[in-house]
Design a protein around this ligand. Sequence first.
Ligand code: DQA
Length: 141
Amino acid sequence: MARILIINGPNLNLLGVREPDIYGRLSMEDYIEAIKADYPDVEIDYYQSNHEGDIIDRLHEEGFDSGLSGIILNAGAYTHTSLAIADAIKAIKVAVIEVHISNVHAREAIRHTSLISPVCRGVIAGFGLDSYRLAIEAFLY
Ligand code: DQA
């Protein structure tokens, strides 16, 4: 059975509550339940942290012999600032897809730069929570 890990970074624990015009009204927990029902043959694990080092620890833990098909990472604002997360992605063996709920390129200039894009398998942005499902499809293909 394929196993995929979704990692969400800072402030994404507030999905459904935080800036709903940008990020929607659904909580990540509800979305994960829905997506698990859509993919009964895929083990979908979910981890969220507001702390850069915790995200890096999880990438290290899952990035070598975990048997994962892939990691889907929405690093939140760390996308635009964290050389440390970029280095962790580069260091591990499991492929990472960068995901964003919003179209970061249609937003403020600071969100147009991603330090992690160059070390990710690919980038999906702007499809709301469906961005995560599209990343799952990319790993299953
Ligand atoms: C985000 C976009 C980032 O710029 C922002 O800091 C987030 C969420 C997105 O999913 O659209 O926290 O990664």
